[in-house]
Design a protein around this ligand. Structure first.
Ligand code: HDE
Length: 700
């Protein structure tokens, strides 16, 4: 048989004794890395692999031999590369960073992380969607998980929260039903990552306690523009415990440095197609560019006596404590400054658990939190396959730790010595109880055992109303329209009616808008409310629009150009936008180069058909007359400007671009600005043109 030369992409190392005797060719044109000493490729047992291109065959065209242990080891490992994805929060993006305390809470807690000013505690933060699988898009309408693992000096503290401060249910025993209802329907396997289907709304319509959360998920809070522009909440009440053993209740809040910003529904739907990794990419780009995502940590502190006076029960996770009632105290900041080296090892294998607490912080009796304390450890056992998951680098504490737990699947430690129990008299150095360990706060509990829902959890509508009434009129319209969209996907009329019935308790006008949007002939009956619906003072802190920051920082402006565009105008717009803290992306019909008016060539960052304006916060269009004429025949160019207009974005344009705007029926308004007045453009680009909305779509 004729022997042919090596075909591998990287040349085998210089040791000729490892060269294969025979290989069949697969094309010799592969790029070879420059010669030199390479790390030898080996099996998992450390045996060198001389040929990584061909399996061992009985002859050149004969069958593959079972004895090929190199092939079998490689393929077997590959077959097991996937681990079960998280049953919820499967799709996530994470980064390393640090927490720095700016205001000590030493009178409230002994936890060093909350008392040692200026110390930088390393952390790992994972932000996720809830309902979709690991490969689903980044931008469905969904709650976002917001999980932070602080590697403190006293052990790991996991603050496993969401970007919404309340939850659907009051008791953990309902969680499997909720998750089954929201996920793909079991007979048909769809919809993926969407609440707009019968099972979800059926469950919700039969679960009045979820109404407050429904207002949040129908708002634009579930359509974040960027993970960097989202709030995070610990949701439940926790306790801080001081040196004297006194405990104070606490709610944790993360507030983004860039302020809040969301997309709008039509935009979100289009982003999902244009860039399924929109949020992950945004976070990656920001960290690579050194624009580190940052949040403030704030706390709401209150005593039992104060809690007794609240018109709701703070142990009920469907309730929030308005900032106007208990103000937020900013105590520190979190900065995410390092992208993981390996997605699987870190983002996928990180194991959060609300039961991971440090001395000085304790649980409250919130029944939802209590159920979670069990669930997370349990789920890691099926997901990561071993009780030793805490030994994985991303999960291991960064402070000394040790005990007498031993063995088990994938044990990575190799403890030495005779003693593996406590107490013992045989080893001086084996781990023993420590007086600085975690102590549960002494809380007096009494009462009758039973499967009881307290009377104080009975009010399901007051805070739903509070949330709705606290919104601006634009945000209220979005909530009403979202409900119409979602319920219009529900096939069973009785579910739609039941939902509109609930809305009547929240706000009669909202119920009417939704009923009208669905084409219901009359308003359905409201169900009997378990408790009187009370009035609370509106809380503007619950708005998004009210919390947007007057800044372009963290935003991206797309500049559309074509053959013959004015290079000076492009540069001026680019400079002004980058000076204002935003990034610029040049979009053109061709990626490699566009010939400008002065004959120079300009490369672009995105090819027009693959870079729609939904990827930008504002756009600038700079075109020659001929360039505009040519783009008028391109539907992607017409969509570029039409969508930017429809998504209420600022549009800067030069005279040449007018023709394209006209053809796309983009009307002149306060947000369509001659780019010569760059200041006016920058100020319009910092927000959305909310008043334009009535001219571009009918909202419920
Ligand atoms: Fe979770 N949740 N959850 N959850 N949750 C999980 O744990 C669970 C709840 C949250 O990035 C699972 O490791 C129960 C509220 C986040 O890895 C699982 C209940 C809040 C993440 C689980 C809740 C959350 C999870 C699935 C009702 C906000 C992602 C994989 C009592 C305060 C963490 C995993 C990450 C993940 C159970 C409700 C936040 C199955 C039983 C409320 C951010 O253990």
């Amino acid at each position: 048989m004729k022997k042919v030369g090596p075909t591998s992409q990287t040349p085998a190392d210089k040791d000729s004794s490892t060269k294969p005797e025979s290989r069949s060719g697969n094309g010799g044109e592969l790029h070879q890395l420059a010669g030199g000493a390479h790390t030898p490729l080996t099996t998992n047992e450390g045996v060198g692999i001389p040929d990584n291109q061909n399996s061992l065959k009985s002859s050149a065209r004969g069958p593959v031999l079972l004895e090929d242990f190199i092939l079998r080891e490689k393929v077997t490992h590959f077959d097991h590369e996937r681990i079960p994805e998280r049953i919820v929060h499967a799709r996530g993006t994470a980064a390393h960073g640090f927490f720095e305390l700016t205001q000590s809470l030493s009178s409230f807690t002994t936890a060093k992380i909350l008392t040692e000013l200026g110390v930088k505690t390393p952390l790992f933060t994972r932000i996720s969607t809830v309902a979709g699988g690991a490969g689903s898009v980044d931008t469905p309408r969904d709650v976002r998980g917001f999980a932070v693992k602080f590697y403190t000096k006293e052990g790991n503290w996991d603050l496993v929260g969401n970007n919404v401060p309340v939850f659907f249910i009051q008791d953990a025993i309902k969680f499997p039903d909720l998750v089954h209802a929201v996920k793909m329907e079991p007979d048909r396997g769809f919809p993926q990552s969407a609440t707009a289907h019968d099972n979800f709304w059926d469950f919700i319509s039969l679960t009045p306690e979820s109404m407050h959360m429904v207002m949040w998920i129908m708002s634009d809070r579930t359509l974040p523009r960027s993970l960097r522009m989202m709030e995070g909440f610990g949701v439940h009440s926790f306790r801080l415990v001081n040196a004297a053993g006194k405990s104070t209740f606490v709610k944790f809040h993360w507030r983004p440095k860039l302020g809040l910003q969301s997309t709008i529904w039509d935009e979100t739907v289009k982003i999902s197609g244009a860039d399924p990794d929109y949020h992950r990419r945004d976070m990656f780009d920001a960290i690579q560019a050194g624009r580190f995502p940052e949040w403030e940590l704030a706390v709401q502190l209150f005593t039992q006596q104060e809690a007794d006076r609240f018109p709701f029960d703070h142990l009920d996770a469907t309730k929030l404590i308005p900032e106007e009632l208990v103000p937020l105290k900013v105590v520190g900041r979190m900065v995410l400054d390092r992208w993981p080296d390996n997605f699987f090892a870190e983002t996928e294998q990180v194991a959060f658990c609300p039961a991971h607490l440090v001395p000085g912080i304790d649980f409250s009796n919130d029944p939802l939190l209590q159920g979670r304390l069990f669930s997370y450890l349990d789920t890691q056992l099926s997901r990561l396959g071993s009780t030793n998951f805490h030994q994985l680098p991303v999960n291991a504490p960064k402070c000394p730790f040790g005990n007498h737990q031993r063995d088990g699947h994938m044990q990575m430690e190799q403890p030495s010595g005779r003693v593996n129990y406590e107490p013992n008299s045989l080893s001086e150095n084996s781990p023993r109880e420590t007086s600085r360990g975690f102590r549960s706060s002494a809380v007096d509990e009494s009462g009758e055992k039973g499967r009881i829902r307290p009377e104080s959890f009975a009010d399901h509508y007051t805070q739903a109303r509070l949330f709705y009434r606290s919104q601006t009129k634009h945000e209220q319209s979005h909530i009403a329209s979202a409900l119409v969209f979602e319920l219009s996907k529900v096939e069973h009329p009785h579910i739609r009616e039941a939902m509109v019935g609930h809305l009547r308790h929240i706000e009669e006008k909202l119920a009417k808008r939704v009923a009208d949007g669905l084409g219901m002939p009359q308003l359905p009956k409201a169900p009997v409310a378990a408790a009187e619906v009370k009035e609370m003072n509106p809380s503007p802190a619950l708005q998004i629009i009210g919390k947007m920051k007057d800044t372009l920082e963290g935003r991206t402006v797309g500049i559309l150009i074509a053959e013959g565009s004015d290079g000076v105008a492009i540069q001026a717009a680019k400079n002004a936008v980058t000076d204002a803290g935003a990034s610029v992306k040049i979009v053109a019909p061709k990626l490699g180069g566009t010939k400008l008016a002065d004959g120079s060539m300009m490369a672009s960052d995105g090819q027009l058909a693959g870079t729609p304006s939904v990827l930008f916060d504002a756009i600038v269009v700079i075109l020659s007359a001929a360039g505009a004429e040519a783009l008028c025949k391109e539907s992607c160019a017409l969509d570029f400007v039409r969508d930017a207009f429809g998504h209420l974005k600022a549009i800067g344009r030069d005279a040449g671009a007018q023709k394209l705007l006209k053809r796309a029926h983009v009307e002149a308004d306060a947000g369509v600005i001659d780019i010569a007045d760059v200041k006016a453009f920058l100020s319009a680009a910092k927000t959305r043109q909310w008043d334009r909305e009535v001219s571009v779509r009918t909202l419920a």
